[in-house]
Design a protein around this ligand. Sequence first.
Ligand SMILES: Cc1ncc(COP(=O)(O)O)c(C=O)c1O
Length: 398
Amino acid sequence: MSTCPNASVGMRIQDVDTPSLIIELDSFENNIQLMSFSLDGKNVHIRPHAKSHKCPEIAHRQIAAGAVGICCQKVSEAEAMINGGIADVLVSNEVVGKVKLERLAALAKRATVAVCTDNLENVKDLGAVAHRYGVILSVLVEVDVGGKRCGVEPGASALALAKEIIAQPNLRFGGLQGYHGSAQHIRSVAERRLAIDSAAEEIRKTLGPLEVAGIPCPRVTGAGTGSYLFEAASRVYTELQPGSYIFMDADYARNEWAGSNIPAYEQSLFLWTTVMSTPVPERAVVDAGLKALSVDSGLPLVADLAGVEYTGVSDEHGTLSLPGNSRLRLGDKIRLSRGSSLAYFRPRPGLLTPVAFRFCEMPKKNPPVVIDRGIFIHSQERTLSTCRPYRHREASEA
Ligand SMILES: Cc1ncc(COP(=O)(O)O)c(C=O)c1O
C-alpha cells in the first residue's frame, strides 16, 4: 500500500502529483445546482446515479440538493454508499447469484434498499433471501423500453413478474424501471425526444394492465443526463436517474442540446498529468495511459492547450501531438478531459480497491495505490480543499 498520497489539503494544484483525478469545484457545484433548478416545479423526484462517482461524499451532496436517494449499478457500490451513510439506495440492475443476493439482503437491514428484476426465478430467489435475512426488499420490474439490454417485454410479462413479487411475503412491489440507455447519446434532440416518447409509451403499456389487475405502481424510474427532461415531461416517470451531469464528458459534449431545455452542464472532472518526455518538438508524452483511463468512448481531450492532441495510448504513457508553436516542457502539468464519464477505471482482477477509493485516485501499477484523503478538489484560486474524507473499510473487511 502506498503511503505517499498525491495531494494534501492546502497544496497548490501545480504541486499535486500525477496521475490524479481532480474536480473543478465551481463547475461541480454548479452542475448540482443546475440539476435542482431544471427540475423545479416538475413534480418528479431525482435519484442520481452513483455509477459516475461511486463516492458517498458526492452522494451526500446530491441528497442535500434535493435527491431522494441514490442509484447504484452493483451490490458493491451499494455497500460503499450505505457504509458511507446513504440511507436509501436503488440497485438499478438485476442481482443474481447467492453471494450477491445475501450481500443485498444484509444491506436491507441497514438502509432502504430496492432492486430490479426481469425474471421469475430471480424474484423467487430474492423472496427467499429476504425471508432468510428477515428483511423486506422493494423489487421493481425492469421493462425493456427500447434499450435492448435487461428488462422484460412491456405488458403481460411485466404484470406476471409484479404478481410474483406481491406473492412473496418478504418482497414489496416497488414499481417499474424503464431506462433507455441507448437514447442518451443520440445526437439529435428531436430523435432523442422521440426515443423517450416511445419509452414512455412502453411504460404505459404496462401501467394499463397493472391498473386493471388492481396493482398500484408506486414509482416509475429511469432516465439519464441526455434525456431526463423528456422523461419528466412524459407524466409517466416519477423518478429520474441522471448520473453523468455532475462531471460530464467529451461524448456528452457531442450531443445537440439546443431546444432540449437541458442545462449546459460543464465538465468538472479531469485527469491531471505530467509531461514526462519531450523527445522531439512535435511530440510529448504524459504519464497517463491505459492504467489511468480507458478509451472506450475515444481518446481523452487535452484541456486548455489549443491544437494539442492526445493521439496515442499505452499502459502508462499518453502520446501528445504538438502543433508547431507549442512549447511543452518536461514537468508541465496538463488537464485531460475524459472521453466518457464512466470510462475512467479499469480495475484489474484481484485488485480489491474499495469503490470510493477507486474514484479518488488512479490505481497505479504494482502495488495498487490506496488513498485515504477523500476527494481532491481545486477551486479557481488554485488551492486544494477537500471534501470531508470518507474512510472506507479495508477491502478485506468489506
Ligand atoms: C440504469 C441507469 N440509470 C441511469 C444511468 C445514468 O445515465 P447518465 O450517466 O447518462 O446520466 C445509467 C448509466 O449508465 C444507467 O445504467
